[in-house]
Design a protein around this ligand. Structure first.
Ligand code: SF4
Ligand code: SF4
Length: 370
């Protein structure tokens, strides 16, 4: 018989008391995208809390099925909204993941990402330089592109640069490295995450940037919530939609029924709900319609928390449900994160409903009148 792998679980131990307040009410099951996907109780928030508790008490072994379940979480935070005990499920899951990684239980897909970041400073392992047509120079406004926009959706970066130029903003790109989001969400080595934080903050500060603009939800959450715990962030951070919502944009008409997908990491995590809607409402002749589940109750796109890399079929199925909901009310689905765009499009490859899926930066740039 295989020996039990009991792990130290030091981080999870600190959250034991909180885990004990779970009444097993099951409210979290009604919203967890992973439970919706596989209808398997250990994959719902409460199941993962029980597994984390068992690991922490040394009562269950870190076997492959336990590790698999604890990585079945997109860190969407929807369970926390429903939890009557106010349990910080995401924090518990991320702590358990960090304990698992320390005990040598990292998933192969995430090990590859760590290796890529160590070697190339981006999770995709890209070594090529991408020319976005803008320079790095001293300026008060900076644009942090993020690895997904740079290497997988450069159109988002190029449209953002174009918007800033059309608005006459004096801005700079940054000599950036990966923001560390995937590493943090999947529980990887904290020293590596801090190295990335330090490198990014130094690169921004060097240029005299006072306000740093983001188009990626995961990057912004890192800079706003995680960075200040470890490094001094002496500049303002804003998502592009927050920046644009304060301006009086002159846009060309767009005769479409538009709906908006709230990326979890700027929605439930950072509560940026009004700004993107304000920008969409500046589009003349567009009809804005909400999906049934919107703002704090928005369903997840399925890609976050390391799920897209470790479990692509689940990421695709979860995304397909969100796209189907959007297609029932609109013909254009906008969101404010390139990672969400790529995963939602991936979801639509499965169901092929008739809907356009775009980042809000792309559409604003197409419509802006200079
Ligand atoms: S909603 Fe909260 S208290 Fe209820 S089962 Fe889920 S984690 Fe436990
Ligand atoms: S954060 Fe989202 S995916 Fe993770 S357990 Fe909660 S509802 Fe499920």
């Amino acid at each position: 018989m295989a020996r039990k792998k009991i792990i130290k679980a030091e981080r999870t131990k600190k959250l034991e008391k909180e885990m004990l307040t779970c009444t097993l009410c099951g409210f979290c099951k009604s919203v967890c995208p992973y439970f919706e996907d596989n209808q398997w109780d250990p994959s719902a928030a409460r199941g993962k809390v029980i597994l984390a508790y068992g690991l922490s008490r040394g009562e269950i072994s870190a076997d492959a099925s336990v590790v698999e379940r604890l990585y079945q979480c997109t860190t969407c935070k929807d369970c926390e909204r429903r939890c009557p005990s106010n349990i910080r499920v995401v924090e518990i899951i991320e702590a358990a993941r960090a304990d698992l990684v320390e005990a040598g239980c990292a998933l192969p897909a995430h090990k590859r990402i760590v290796k890529n970041i160590k070697e190339t400073k981006n999770p995709y392992g890209e070594t090529r330089a991408v020319d976005l047509g803008a320079e790095v120079k001293p300026a008060e406004i900076g644009y942090f592109v993020g690895c997904t926009a740079r290497y997988r959706m450069p159109e988002v970066a190029k449209h953002t640069i174009s918007i800033l130029r059309k608005m006459g903003v004096d801005f700079t790109l940054v000599d950036e490295v990966c923001c560390g989001s995937t590493l943090k969400r999947t529980g990887q080595d904290e020293r590596l995450i801090k190295e990335l934080m330090k490198a990014n903050v130094e690169a921004v500060t060097r240029l005299g940037v006072k306000k740093l603009i983001f188009t990626c939800a995961g990057c912004l959450k890192m800079f706003r919530e995680e960075y200040p715990k470890h490094v001094a962030v002496d500049f303002e951070t804003e998502h592009l939609v927050e920046f644009l919502a304060k301006k009086d944009l002159k846009l060309r008409p767009l005769k479409k029924r538009i709906t908006y997908h709230d990326p979890c990491h700027i929605g439930r995590h950072l509560k940026i709900y009004d700004a993107p809607r304000k920008v969409i409402r500046m589009m003349p002749e567009a009809t804005f319609v909400e999906m049934k589940e919107n703002m704090e109750s928005a369903r997840c796109c399925g890609g976050g928390g390391g799920v897209r890399s470790a479990d692509p079929p689940a990421a695709q199925r979860i995304a397909s449900r969100r796209v189907r909901s959007a297609s029932e009310v609109a013909d254009l689905l906008l969101t404010a994160c390139p990672f969400c765009v790529t995963n939602l499009r991936y979801g639509n490859e499965m169901i092929k409903v008739d809907i356009e899926i775009r980042d809000i930066a792309e559409v604003v740039d197409d419509l802006i009148i200079t």
